[in-house]
Structures are given as C-alpha cells and as structure tokens.
Design a protein around this ligand. Structure first.
Ligand code: CS2
Ligand code: MG
Length: 404
C-alpha cells in the first residue's frame, strides 16, 4: 500500500546547473521524487507544478498512477507542450518511485523485469579539431565505452555546438543571457565527413560512432550528409533537420541508409507518430522527463516497437540524476532498447542527488534499491540557489538567427 498524497513540494536548486525536482510524500510515510527540469525554462515548470498541479495532488491515492496521469493530461484541457509534459512527468516518476518502494522492488521489476543484463551508454567526445576529437574518442574507448558521439570544431566557425573550450567539460547552458554562436552549413558539410573518415581510419569499424547535427540542415542537406557518411557506418545521425514537419524526413530517408535518431525535444507520442509509422527514423530519443514520464514514454516505445524503431533516450546533463535513474530502469526493461546517452554529472550534482545507478565498462545499471534509486539531499540542495542560465542561440555568418 502507498496511501494518500499528504504533501508535494517543488525543489529548485543549481548544483552545477539548474534542476527542478518534485518530491511527493504519502500518509504512509513513503516519498518519491521526479525530475521536471526544462533547460533554460526551469521556473515555468516549477510554477506550473507549484501553482497548478500540487494543489490537485493532495489527498489523491498515490497508487493510482495511470488515473493521475490522465487527470493531469486530459483534465488540464490544454494538452501537450514541454512545460505541461515535464510537470506531468515529475508527478509520474515520483509516483512510480513510491509504488516500487512500497513493493520493496527496483522500478524495473514493476515495469516487467529486466530484458537485458546492462544498458549500453554512449559518451561524448568533443574537440576543437579532428585530432583532438579523435584523442577524446580514444579516451572513451580506453574507459570501456562501445559507443561514442563525436563532434568537432569546424574551420571558419568561431563557436560550434557540442564543442567545449580547452580543458572544460561541455555544458551548453551558461549563466546569464543566451550566448551567440556561429553557423555555416557549407563549412560544416565539407568538414563532418572528414572527421568520421579519420575516426574509422584510426579506430576501425568496431566502435559505434554517433553524431549530433542539432537541427542545422535542410532535408536535402541532411540527405547529402547521410549519404556521404554511409561508408563510415554511423550508429546514428541525430536531429539532421528540425522535426516539426515530420514528413520532411521522407526526403532524407529516400536518399540514405545512415540510421536516423530524433526526439530529444519531443514531449508526446504525437510528435513522433508520422516518423515512427512512416518508418522514417530508427531511434526515438524522447526522455522520461520531457515526454510525460514512464507512463507516456512506455506508450511511445510500444508504438516504436511495431515499426522497428528502438529507443535512445536523451541523457545530457540537463536531465537530472532523477531522470537518469528512471531512464535506466526503463532501458533495462524496454524490449526495443537501442542505447542510452550518458553525460556524467559534475560531483556537486551527484552529491545533491545520491543514487544507486552505476557505470562500468561502457554500460550502466540502475541498481537494486527499491524505487528508482535516486534521492535528493534537501539540505545540500539549499546550498545551491537557482541562477538564470540559458542555452545559446546560433546565427549564420550574415547574422540570420538559425536553428539550435
Ligand atoms: C544534445 C544536448 O545531448 C544531446 O544530444 O542535443 O546537448 C542538448 O543540446 C541539451 O540537452 C539541450 O537541453
Ligand atoms: Mg542532441
């Protein structure tokens, strides 16, 4: 038994970066937490939760996860959208945490048990040029990774997405107002194939190599890139073009066999319906936090499984350890698993969010603690107050605002 919801509160903290966490406490003394972090728009979700969702939760039966999900989704009248769906996700994940704790089981057991022994994760190798990126790939392979995402600076573009400054970890959101970055599709398209040719030359065909295009290309440009990368056999080419127009992927698909991954900005199955049903993608990257929690992500994965599409959950540092923990339980269970992104959090984040999940030899495991295995140390969290931070924006060489 889990009891009725006695209390729910929103905790905003910034141990390394901003996070929004929902903590739900039941009359039976159990508690569960969920992640509601929406990078650069954190306080909008915090308000949605505190002002509009929390009052509706008090007194509800914590065991009725599905009914609560439907209540918050259909009951709001205004459906979907990243703010709404991140808020619903936080409630959903906190309630799954509570249910699994009440059962004394790790969450993956409640979902249906493990479909695999461990979860393959990919790490990020970024460098200012091709050789620096190759050196970072080598470090990842030495650490045991079987899958590595490679991004490199492009000659002629001052600051490129995905590339850290010398000696720094890559973290896209910066304190203060949005930073401006440059973009040139022509320069990038000439450069990207050289990176992967070099990586295959140095590391052979064995490691899985991934690449994130971050919505920068038109469909025909994406088709050209996919085609030029075919000999390098990528694991996936991510977000080649913006996906609001799902039909646009038909053109890319018609030209290249390079696998396509899309969906880190998706918040509902409707964002991916045409892509999945049309066989236009190979991996769906929706996350537990931004796509309505375990309850909704499971529906996306089930639709995907009918069309040979596998999961590849977003796992950048803006997804808190709470999301990572929940995602790893989901990944261990989901039959059509592909890969999980891993960007390790800095020590101060890990300190505020103690967790049961582990990393070893390029794979992760959610651990056997009851629930999703992640908690928040509220006293430590209070030491890191929220500070406004934004993702950058991109401009073409003539100053035109571009897709980020
Ligand atoms: C990225 C992220 O992880 C990824 O693939 O696209 O770096 C992304 O830019 C951030 O998570 C944005 O919130
Ligand atoms: Mg991405």
């Amino acid at each position: 038994m889990t009891g009725r919801i006695k209390e729910a509160r929103v905790i905003v903290c910034a141990p390394g970066r901003n996070f929004v966490t929902l903590k739900i406490v039941t009359e039976d003394g159990l508690h569960g937490i969920g992640d509601a972090t929406l990078n650069g728009r954190e306080l909008a979700v915090a308000s949605y939760l505190a002002d509009h969702v929390v009052p509706c939760l008090i007194g509800r039966d914590a065991a009725r996860i599905e009914d609560t999900w439907q209540y918050l989704y259909k009951g709001a009248y205004w459906r979907r959208g990243p703010v709404t769906m991140s808020a619903i996700a936080a409630v959903d994940v906190a309630l799954w945490d509570i249910k699994a704790k009440a059962a004394g089981m790790p969450l993956y057991q409640i979902l249906g048990g493990a479909s695999r022994e461990r979860v393959m994760v990919y790490g990020h190798a970024t460098g200012r040029d091709i050789e620096e990126t190759a050196d970072r790939v080598a470090e990842h392979l030495d650490e045991g990774y079987r899958a590595v995402r490679a991004q490199s600076g492009v000659p002629g573009i001052a600051k490129v997405y995905g590339v850290a400054k010398a000696g720094e970890r890559y973290e896209p959101a910066k304190r203060g107002l949005p930073e401006e970055q440059g973009w040139s599709t022509e320069r990038y398209l000439d450069h990207a194939p050289k990176l992967f040719e070099r990586l295959r030359e140095r590391f052979g065909m064995d490691p899985h190599l991934l690449h994130d295009v971050h919505h920068r290309l038109s469909p025909i440009e994406a088709a050209r890139l996919g085609k030029s990368l075919e000999p390098c056999r990528l694991f996936w080419m991510e977000d080649p073009t913006p996906a609001e127009n799902q039909d646009a992927f038909r053109l890319i698909r018609g030209h290249t066999t390079t696998p396509i991954a899309v969906g880190e900005v998706f918040n509902s199955v409707w964002d991916a319906k045409t892509l999945i049903e049309g066989g236009l993608i190979d991996y769906v990257r929706a996350s537990v936090t931004h796509a309505g929690g375990i309850t909704h992500l499971r529906r996306i994965a089930d639709l995907a499984s009918l069309h040979h599409v596998r999961t590849g959950c977003h796992g950048a540092t803006d997804l808190s350890p709470v999301c990572m923990g929940a995602a790893l339980h989901f990944d261990l269970w989901v039959p059509n698993f592909g890969v999980q992104e891993r960007m390790p959090h800095p020590p101060e984040t890990d300190d505020v969010f103690p967790h049961a999940y582990t990393f070893e030899n390029g794979h992760m495991h959610p651990g056997e603690a009851p629930g999703h295995g992640v908690d928040i140390d509220e006293a430590k969290a209070a030491r890191y107050p929220y500070a406004p931070a934004y993702l950058p924006v991109a401009r073409l060489e003539d100053g035109t605002l571009w897709n980020w």
